[in-house]
Write a new protein. Sequence first.
Length: 210
Amino acid sequence: MTTFGESRKIMSPRQMRKATLRRMAPACGLILAALLSAAHAPTLASDTSDEAQVLGEQTDPHAEFLARYAAWAKGIETKGQARGTPLTAEQTDLARQIGIAHPEKVRLVHVEAVPFPTQDEAMRKMGESLGFIGPGITNNAQAFGYTIWVRDGFTLDRPSLAHELVHVAQIERSANFDAYVQRYMQELQTYGHAKMPLEVEAYEANRTYR
């Protein structure tokens, strides 16, 4: 997931709602690059259900944003694989304990700012409307596939790393990209961010792996 800000101040109800929106970003950041090949896999022309999905996506601005973000994130994951550093022996052991099938693929990338496609005006505006970016929002860490991008100055300690790795494990357990996204959004709407099972599992890792 994405790790935002380091403030410990008590939030107002409005701030809590905004924080919930911000935290929708992590899972997307994790899943987009890891399973892009599944999103772009060829399909049969006779598959009417897939055709209907495509038609629906054409009229859904959020689906369009997700598709464009996925294409961008693929390049980010590739860059991260090229420039990032592999996990240490201790971190690899942590990844295995959490359930990562291929911890050898994970890379840590330290940068001045965690990337977001702000150069694309449409994506920037959508990101701002969803609370992913904007004034007062600091993205400290985010996973793109098997790469975890960390803002310079932020300490990715064992609990924080464990949280990120849990989302990678969740992706690997999913049938495909679409299945994970659908489950995440359904859980978010049903339970809210704090109580949705996918995030409960990730936050449990924060407490377990100290």
